[in-house]
Design a protein around this ligand. Structure first.
Ligand SMILES: Nc1nc2c(c(=O)[nH]1)N=C([C@H](O)[C@H](O)COP(=O)(O)OP(=O)(O)OP(=O)(O)O)CN2
Ligand SMILES: [Zn+2]
Length: 118
């Protein structure tokens, strides 16, 4: 099995309104998010690729246009914009375009990662 990943980044604000009021993340704050998309294939294509990294450019455009320097509660339309929910959202967006997508990981801080892998 062959496996490739590509990393993307954006900066955004969010507020985890469902948390207790004394939880720091219930306050409006922001992160420099990192998103890693993972794709696999049993066989390589004629170019020797799982998929050309360049073909993932629409995902960068999607992030730049809809997520970068935005308020994520407004973007996703709910108040539980956790890294887990973002990983699921980005996975579904990528998997609907590139069937080799198997997982998406999202980091909010240098020490944390959340992954969606169906
Ligand atoms: N499972 C999850 N837990 C938390 C999430 C999340 O998305 N999934 N999000 C947050 C906050 O939004 C934010 O990411 C804070 O994370 P935390 O690790 O607590 O950040 P700190 O830098 O303050 O942590 P230190 O303890 O100072 O290292 C919270 N939890
Ligand atoms: Zn946060």
């Amino acid at each position: 099995m062959f496996r490739i990943t590509k990393e993307f980044a954006f900066s955004a604000s969010h507020q985890l309104c469902q948390l207790p009021a004394d939880h720091q993340c219930a306050r409006l704050h922001g992160h420099n998010y990192i998103v890693v998309v993972e794709l696999v294939a049993a066989e390589l294509n004629a170019f020797g690729f799982v998929r050309d990294y360049h073909e993932l450019a629409p995902f960068k455009r999607y992030i730049d246009e809809h997520f970068d320097h935005r308020h994520l509660n407004e973007v996703l339309g709910h108040d539980t914009v956790t890294a887990e929910h973002l990983a699921r959202h980005f996975h579904d967006w990528c998997a609907s375009r590139w069937p080799e997508t198997v997982a998406v990981r999202v980091s909010e801080t240098p020490k944390t990662w959340a992954e969606f892998r169906p």
